[in-house]
Design a binder for this molecule. Structure first.
Ligand SMILES: [Zn+2]
Length: 309
């Protein structure tokens, strides 16, 4: 089974097979000193190694990884990779850096969402030694994998989110900031986990990404979209539509289960009609309805106060 496909002559998409194919990816930057954007979780290390092997590489050959943010599906394996490769460096957002060095709080927060599935989903989350971490600030450029990337602070999905832009190729590694869109299913799904979801910040992030004149978006979930303006427009619309839908239920005192049904009722029929049942299941692996609802509820509580009804 082939794990990788070409994005361009120096960039490769590695399918990490997170439960299924085409759900979660890592981008291999080829060059004299190869590197990655996104590590995936430790549970996907075998897939990552198989993908590297298709290009004659081992984990030990990597110079660096840049993680778009520290959620475990994007950066969970960073500590384990550092243990396996003693010269690996990790580029990360300033807010994310302390949590890579000491993942205790991050794990506690993830535990609240994933409960007993933590180990099965993510495997080991090892700390990244502080001296291996390079913090990149908003607007800063850095050299990685034989090219220059510019980090853009892009909150909304998470406060610790960077999009990494390859300006020469007019291409962006968008993490979760441009939403989820899987091959064979163009519907853009908003990933809205707690605790940082911030719709106003996300609007500004989308303004910023739309102003860049990008030709391609490299999504972590999953693959390349050649129509960035359409993706960003659809994400913006859906974030606000879901807000209206869930706010109405939340104000009426509906509990999380009821709100999940609301969200499912809004998205599922369209996804199944346009993309089939399989795509709906894969989307659910990339960002499930319950997590999305919990993110909005937390956001409403922060902005509007706890719901007492
Ligand atoms: Zn995320």
């Amino acid at each position: 089974m082939k794990r990788t496909r070409r994005v361009d002559d120096r960039t490769v998409l590695v399918d990490l097979h997170f439960g299924q194919a085409e759900v979660l990816g890592s981008y291999l930057l080829l060059g004299e000193r190869p590197a990655l954007v996104e590590t995936g979780p430790s549970t996907c290390l075998d897939s990552l190694e198989a993908g590297l092997a298709e290009h004659g590489l081992r984990l030990e050959d990597l110079e660096a990884v840049a993680v778009t943010h520290i959620h475990l599906d994007h950066a969970g394996a960073a500590g384990v990779l550092c243990r396996r490769n003693p010269r690996l460096r990790v580029f990360v957002h300033p807010i994310g850096a302390p949590h890579l060095a000491d993942p205790t709080r991050l794990l506690r927060s993830a535990q609240r969402i994933y409960g007993s599935s933590m180990e099965t989903l993510w495997g080991e989350v090892a700390p990244v030694p502080a001296e291996r971490i390079t913090v990149v600030e908003d607007g800063q450029t850095f050299r990685i994998g034989g090219r220059v990337l510019r980090a853009l602070d892009t909150p909304g999905h998470a406060s610790h989110h960077h999009v990494y832009v390859d300006e020469e190729a007019q291409l962006a590694f968008s993490g979760d900031a441009a939403g989820i869109s899987l091959p064979g299913c163009p519907v853009v799904r908003p990933p809205t986990p707690p605790p940082d979801l911030d719709l106003d910040a996300w609007d500004r992030t989308l303004d910023r990404l739309q102003s860049l004149d990008l030709r391609r978006l490299c999504l972590t979930h999953f693959g390349v979209r050649d129509d960035p303006p359409a993706v960003l427009r659809e994400l913006r619309r859906r974030l606000r539509e879901v807000e209206q839908l869930l706010l109405e239920g939340w104000r009426a005192g509906e509990d999380v289960d009821r709100l999940v049904e609301r969200l499912r009722g809004y998205l599922q029929p369209e996804v199944e009609a346009r993309c089939g049942r399989g795509a709906a299941d894969r989307q659910e692996l990339a960002a499930n309805y319950r997590m999305n609802v919990l993110g909005y509820v937390r956001y409403f509580e922060k902005r509007l106060g706890p719901k007492t009804a």
